[in-house]
Ligand binder design. Sequence first.
Ligand SMILES: Cc1ncc(C[n+]2csc(CCOP(=O)(O)OP(=O)(O)O)c2C)c(N)n1
Length: 641
Amino acid sequence: MRFLSEINSPADLRQLKVEDLQEVADEVRQFIIDTCSRIGGHTGASLGAVELAVAMHYVFDTPKDRLVWDVGHQAYAHKILTGRRDELHTIKQDGGLSGFLKRDESEYDTFGAGHASTSISAALGMAVARDTKKEDFHVCAMIGDSSLAGGMAMEGINQAGHLKSRLIVLLNDNGMSIAPAVGSLSGYLNRIKEAQSYQHIKEEIGDALGSVPGIGSSLRRAAKSFKDAIAAAVLPGALVNELGFKYIGYVDGHDVAMLVRALEEAKKIDDGPVIVHALTTKGKGFPNPEKSYYAYHATGPFDPKTGLPYRSSKANAPTYTQVFGDTMCELMAKDDSIVALTAAMPDGTGVDKVLEKFPERSYDVGIAEQHAITFCAGMACEGLKPVAAIYSTFLQRAFDQVIHDVCLQDLNVTLAMDRAGIVGADGPTHHGLLDIAYLRGYPNIVLMAPKDEAEMRDMMLTAIEHPGPAAIRYPRGNGFGVDISAEPKKIEIGKAEILREGPDAVIIAYGSMVYPAIDAAKLLEKQGTSVTVVNARFVKPFDEDLILDLVRSSQLIVTVEEAYLAAGFGSAVLELLEEKGVSDKIKVVRMGVPDEIVTHGDPKKLLAQYGLDADGIAAAVNKALDGQVEQPTNTRIRAVK
Ligand SMILES: Cc1ncc(C[n+]2csc(CCOP(=O)(O)OP(=O)(O)O)c2C)c(N)n1
């Protein structure tokens, strides 16, 4: 590495000549490939944004000038150039760098990210603060073409054009989301590209004709007016003329010198926002990218020569996501009013299979969770049975749509909330720990969580056949390998299931915590303590009768959930006891995630840290039975009299 080993901050980069920057980019790219081939990561997304990061840190006086990255999954080059090169190998691992942007990780991470489409609003806020405080620095938002289509980005653009703020938006246009980009904005960007290519051809023809004596100049004039017509109609288009943005582009997003020129031009524009349109290739430089068109957005470890994944020990059990996709296909084959939907995560949610099998009844709406839910509500109004498969964390975006458009109107929309719980490496922005809390407080919705993949199939049918809103939460990763060959059958809504009985205590577990609760019961049995284990199945409506029965017959209830304790499943139990005037009759210990940010890392270790595994549950039962109400700091188990 001729340059990279000497670059410890962007100031070092800025000492170099423009002519050297392409080589710097090559070195950064190789560094990313070497690192990600060992540990995995958002490889393809980051490889596509290498030159953008080099050019931005070269042109802008960072950290005084503010770079705001959208999502942040493509910012590995930014991390490398801002003093984190030697730590890149720790990314997404216990105690290591975050996979996204984090304000307390670096002064160059001006705005935390992980969810899409936030950069323009945040950058505009910084630009307005700068102007209000009469300061002087540049603000540049870096956003991908699919994130640009997110509602929030559009709202930011709308206000930026109106305020005429000095703001630069660098568009990283690779035509891809995780899957191929969808929607009419993507079509619009393609038309800009096509029109410009055509224009270049025309320009060349015009120049050639101009050199032909006699006839050349008139044809050249014609070519030029044709070019102008296209430019007026397509090039500046809505963004420039209607929304108050200037436009520079497109530029080759892998040509650092060209990017530097474009960004220098953008810096000169001081009377309003400007968009610099850079064309990039996702996974640029990834070995053998043609093997899979989107598998390299994020990868596991791979062979740096062939790009092929290293074989990992494959679990036998299918993932919940796979079971969801297969079950949707089964159910949709029998009922043609069922419709499937994903918001830019076809692969991550299992909807890819459905899109393939039922293209006329399945939709990828792009990064548009809010629209997705109201779109489902509209379909439900007309008698369809939409199923929206959205990660728990991303559904947070659509909270009001779930409440106002779906629940208030009691519409038959099923929310399939994948990645509910602690997701691990992606960390705080991606943990799905809030869905119980944010959905439990409003009428009409049925909330459920399966103990395993077979029960998930039953719950899917139950939710779809339920005439009102219903949500199912299920975790990231593999099921338990239970038999899933039986036809899905409906479960009685609001009925819990007793899995084993014992007189000493009751563990009521919700969803992913049921099997660990059973294992805890087995551990306790060996120690001479015999407990009842209940698979709660529903948090709303709740099996009130069963819980009140258990209150009468036991001395201790331990509730366990993979979610925040506040407003969670355990809270629902406490509320019931209080409402029925029996809260003084039994001790309740709630196990879940306390009021703190859960970091990134190995999910098993993180769960253990909060006592959410068999050992932790058994320990909590023992402590509570021993009358110890003192909370260990790591588990924050609360005893309530
Ligand atoms: C609100 C939200 N929904 C979904 C995602 C999952 N997600 C992460 S990156 C990504 C694709 C982003 O595409 P684009 O903005 O074009 O950037 P690229 O990865 O192509 O560089 C998606 C859908 C997210 N981070 N946030």
